[in-house]
Design a protein around this ligand. Structure first.
Ligand code: FAD
Ligand code: AMP
Length: 479
């Protein structure tokens, strides 16, 4: 086996596989090492995102949304849908097929681009060497001109709720239930807890979310977070308990008793299943030889600069294993940047313009700064808000909860942030991401022609509302 490559990538998640493909496109010889085997018995190409993250969770969110729509909302359109039922095993099987299709697709892309796929555990040695331990325990060493570490992240475990992947599960286990739990506990009201809680709540589980913090979605613009909390608790009957810190759990007779502490003292709840969704940690154990020269910083992240360079020339790290939001697209763009820089191009990444989405219904999507951040930074700003209840398209679709909130600089009018809760928020916010990349003002969006009737018009109107020029709502006085 050829053992010298221009680029050796460790990890085939969205950061690693994208880096590998881009490097190969640029004419470099590339190997990509992946340690995991997925549920289908194949190499886990695509990492967390394709196998147990973004894609399978969205498959279940889409299936459960269609089911809940048929059961609860078809009647509003005059459609009688009696006896609507969900075959959970079939839903899971559909999800597995999509995962199989996409992970297989990465294998094909590796082949057509000439990326050498290596199954095994990669470890960075000194002198730009990578040790690979195959599944049978055999060890080989690769020589690399450049190494890209893309080993990703894993769910955080907490001692009060040890995972058994039966009654107490992590996000991976919560994608595999074969029947709807009657009572489902979720620890953590973050992105993953809310998405997975929504899936099972829509299918009929009584869901209780226990969140240690007193504030709901603290990183989200609080006007959006408040609307989300109202919709989830009042309309979707998610029982979200803030200020509730889980301190212990006990599994007995196939159920789990969870003990938590809130302002009133100690309380207990009994669940059929418990999902632990308290965040993710970088997967950096055993990844670096003691003399590799690559430095770990707090919580096990790899230290890198703005160009994803470690302190060892020719060794880079990208994706969830480095600072910044743990998002697939952030890792992929870092992967492209690094591959291009290795090939001698001057690529850079704009960390101020990364969209983030929570795929509940309605979706919550954002780019740029929140009002809270701007206040804390002492930046003067103005705000335009447009509610979907004033959008003809949203009303036609019977999907009019939420709003678009546009924030622009008080003097320059440059867009500083956009925060959306509503139908197709993920796709709508992308319009503003593009605008921000081009340094757009709110007025630029206001002057753009938007098709009618579209949900996108809500973005247009929110931009107009920044100066009090929205047409389809009464404007508040401009700030
Ligand atoms: P990973 O995807 O974690 O991939 C790293 C890969 O490296 C893994 O396959 C691992 O097996 C392999 N590896 C690790 N160590 C070694 C080693 N030493 N040798 C060889 N191989 C190794 N993000 C979004 O942007 N949108 C979403 O909708 C979204 N939904 C999510 C839903 C869930 C339930 C979860 C859990 C995550 C979700 N994420 C989402 C986050 C997203 O999955 C991650 O941000 C993304 O996968 C990170 O990519 P990565 O390439 O850095 O790491
Ligand atoms: P995220 O990091 O966005 O996935 O969110 C994880 C959430 O889990 C955070 O909001 C934490 O406050 C919450 N959390 C962590 N530990 C506990 C615990 N023991 N009990 C309840 N919530 C917790």
């Amino acid at each position: 086996m050829m053992s010298k490559f221009d680029v050796v990538v460790i990890g085939s998640g969205p950061a690693g596989y994208v880096a590998a493909i881009r490097a190969a496109q640029l004419g470099l010889s590339v190997a990509c090492i992946e340690k995991s085997t997925n549920k289908l018995g194949k190499t886990g190409l695509g990492g967390t995102c394709l196998n147990v993250g973004c894609i399978p969770s969205k498959a279940l969110l889409d299936s459960s949304h269609k089911f809940a729509e048929a059961r609860d909302d078809f009647k509003f359109h005059g459609i009688a849908a009696k006896g609507v039922s969900m075959d959970v095993a079939k839903m899971i099987d559909r999800k597995d097929k999509i995962v199989g299709q996409l992970t297989g697709g990465i294998g094909q892309l590796f082949k057509v681009n000439g990326v050498k796929e290596i199954k095994g555990f990669g470890k960075v040695l000194a002198g730009k060497k990578v040790e690979v331990t195959a599944d049978d325990g055999s060890v080989s060493t690769l020589d690399a001109e450049n190494i890209i570490i893309a080993a990703g992240s894993a769910p955080i475990d907490i001692p009060p709720a040890p995972i058994d992947q039966d009654v107490i599960v992590d996000s991976t286990g919560a994608l595999e239930f074969l029947k709807v739990p009657k009572r489902l506990g979720v620890i953590g009201a973050g992105v993953i807890g809310l998405e997975l809680g929504s899936v099972w709540a829509r299918l009929g589980a009584e869901v209780v979310v226990l969140e240690a913090l007193d504030v709901f979605l603290p990183a989200v613009d609080q006007q959006v977070a408040k609307e989300a909390q109202r919709i989830f608790t009042k309309k979707q009957k998610l029982d979200i308990r803030l200020g509730a810190r889980v301190t212990a759990s006990e599994v007995k007779g196939g159920k789990v008793t969870v003990t938590y502490q809130d302002a009133d003292g100690e309380k207990q709840e009994v669940f059929d299943k418990l999902v632990v969704a308290v965040g993710r940690r970088p997967q950096s154990e055993n990844l670096l030889a003691a003399d590799s020269g690559v430095r770990l910083v707090e919580r096990g992240f790899i230290y890198v600069n703005d160009h994803c360079e470690t302190e060892v020339p020719g060794v880079f790290a990208v994706g969830d294993i480095v600072r910044g939001p743990m998002l697939a697209h952030k890792g992929s763009e870092e992967g492209v940047m690094v591959a291009e820089r290795i090939a001698g191009k001057k690529a850079a990444m704009n960390y101020d313009c990364i969209p983030s989405v929570i795929y509940t219904h309605p979706e919550i999507a954002a780019v740029g700064q929140t009002e809270e951040q701007l206040k804390a930074d002492g930046i003067e700003y103005k705000v335009g808000v447009f509610p979907f209840v004033a959008s003809g398209r949203a009303l036609a679709a019977n999907d009019s909860d939420g709003f678009v909130k546009m924030i622009a600089h008080a003097e320059t009018d440059r867009i500083l942030g956009c925060h959306i809760i509503g139908p197709s928020a993920a796709d709508l916010v992308q319009q503003v991401v593009i605008a921000m990349e081009f340094g757009s003002s709110a007025e630029d969006i206001g002057l753009t022609v938007f098709g009618h009737p579209t949900l996108s018009e809500a973005v247009h109107e929110a931009a107009l509302a920044v100066e009090g020029h929205a047409i389809h709502i009464p404007n508040k006085k401009k700030r």
